[in-house]
Ligand binder design. Structure first.
Ligand code: ADP
Ligand code: K
Ligand code: ZN
Length: 436
């Protein structure tokens, strides 16, 4: 494969030089953080009085963790380290798990962020000849503008379509010869269903690639999108606290997400003990941003569960790779005492080819017990008025889930295109159990 690099020197920097760079950048970040009301308090408590307090990269462990809760408490300006008049933009997280949090960017911050997104996009094999349809939400959410700027930097023609209105999306794809899409994986699946419904033929389009992120998805979901749309799908990971997209991205090897270590320091810790996990083991990703002056955030507990690959990537980049995020430590469901991540259910059902492109997980109380219902759409070749194959499919889904997650769910089948679709992150879990 012909690998291409946006910034060859930084992307292939030898590990020791990369780590020297990180140490220098971390010291600068500590200085910046000490200028914020929040960290001046927290770092002083930990005995960190300046960048010089950090003698080695291991000293990062002297810095206390930062949580989402603390970011909310520091709202609006507790994390700001530059004069207000030097901020040129703000973004907020989409609030999947509660009240949004805000981050601020200076003009330089936007340039740096843009270069990481451009690097990510270029690493997938795109260049200025591509036409990029950005089908993700614009606005406070970082995915829209973040990708928009990065793709322009690469020189692609950017169609800022946003999500929604698939008829219009298809029109754009045809009229402008779109080659690259960006959306949530659930929206890409929705687009594919709509394509069939509206009789758009794949051959009329020039699609080659898609970037899919903002929510967890399984390898089978990736394969399904790739096969249905006949494109390559690249996993894109980011979060607003760390700017947004451009934190970690798959290269042409499509085998794990390179985390850009000249922009971020990544640690993986056991979410209970907060101690680092052994090499290659799974745990919670903790990130420190090195590439932003306005809102320095140190050792942020992302809640996202992942692990590092231990072997280097065939592309020659020295930045480590993360495995697909399997979920958040806080989206674990406990069903009659059994711990379960929604991603485990997705992994099972998306591997069954008769299952359609959308699904929902419902949990409710039934007497003293928890009751799990899995609702899935059926594929286009299955007719809803033919009971025998439907019952067989239901039984197949139930049995496979029982065998993998040790819970026997109720299974409901729905006609293709009838389960709710959200334009942003998919809401897959409806949990109506009373909270105590
Ligand atoms: P929030 O969802 O907390 O409102 P963001 O909009 O910044 O905030 O979303 C960031 C979160 O989205 C990440 O912490 C992660 O949980 C999820 N996410 C983003 N990209 C991916 C991905 N490629 N795979 C899995 N999860 C992802
Ligand atoms: K162009
Ligand atoms: Zn690679």
């Amino acid at each position: 494969m012909n690998f291409q690099y946006w910034n060859r020197r930084m992307e292939t920097l030898p590990r020791d030089e990369l780590e020297d760079y990180q140490l220098e950048a971390l010291r600068v970040m500590v200085e910046r953080a000490l200028r914020t009301p929040f960290y001046s308090r927290e770092l002083q408590k930990a005995g960190i009085t300046g960048g010089a307090s950090i003698k080695s990269l291991d000293d990062i462990r002297r810095i206390p963790f930062t949580t989402k809760h603390e970011l909310r408490e520091a709202y609006p300006y507790g994390m700001l380290s530059i004069p207000k008049e030097d901020i040129v933009r703000l973004h907020a997280s989409s609030g999947t798990t509660g009240v949004p949090t805000t981050i601020y960017l200076s003009g330089e911050d936007i340039k740096r962020w843009t270069s990481f997104v451009a690097r990510s996009i270029y690493a997938t094999g795109c260049d200025k000849t591509d036409v990029f349809q950005n089908m993700i939400t614009y606005g406070l959410f970082t995915g829209g503008l973040g990708f928009h700027y990065g793709a322009e930097e690469v020189g692609m023609l950017v169609i800022p379509s946003g999500p929604g209105n698939t008829a219009k999306q298809f029109q754009f794809m045809k009229d402008f010869g779109t080659t690259v899409l960006h959306a949530t994986p659930s929206f890409l699946l929705h687009v594919e269903s709509k394509m069939r419904e509206e009789g758009v033929r794949r051959e009329e389009l020039r699609l080659k690639r898609a970037f899919a992120g903002a929510e967890p998805y399984s390898e089978d979901t990736r394969k399904r999108i790739e096969e249905l749309l006949a494109i390559d799908v690249f996993n894109s990971y980011g979060l607003s606290e760390m700017n947004g997209p451009g934190v970690a991205f798959e290269c042409q090897a499509k085998n794990g997400l390179h985390i850009w270590e000249d922009g971020y320091i990544a640690e993986i810790v056991n979410p209970d003990t907060l101690e680092p996990v052994a090499e290659g083991e799974s745990g919670e990703l903790v990130l420190t941003i090195l590439c932003r002056e306005a809102t320095p955030i140190l050792r942020y507990r992302t809640r996202d569960l992942t692990s590092f690959y231990t072997e280097p990537c065939s592309c020659g980049r020295t930045h480590r790779r993360l495995r697909r995020i399997t979920g958040r430590s806080d989206d674990m469901l406990i069903i009659n005492g059994v711990n379960l991540f929604p991603s485990q259910i997705e992994e099972v059902i998306m591997a069954i080819k008769e299952v359609g492109n959308n699904y929902l997980i419902q949990v409710e109380k039934e007497g003293a017990l928890d009751r799990l219902t899995v609702k899935t759409e059926v594929g286009p070749d299955i007719f809803m008025d033919d009971a025998r194959p439907l019952n067989a499919l239901k039984e197949k889904i139930r049995r496979t889930l029982q065998a993998t997650i040790s819970i026997s769910p109720r299974v409901e089948l729905h006609e293709s295109g009838t389960l709710p679709v959200s334009e942003g992150k998919a809401k897959r879990v409806i949990d109506t159990r009373p909270k105590d």
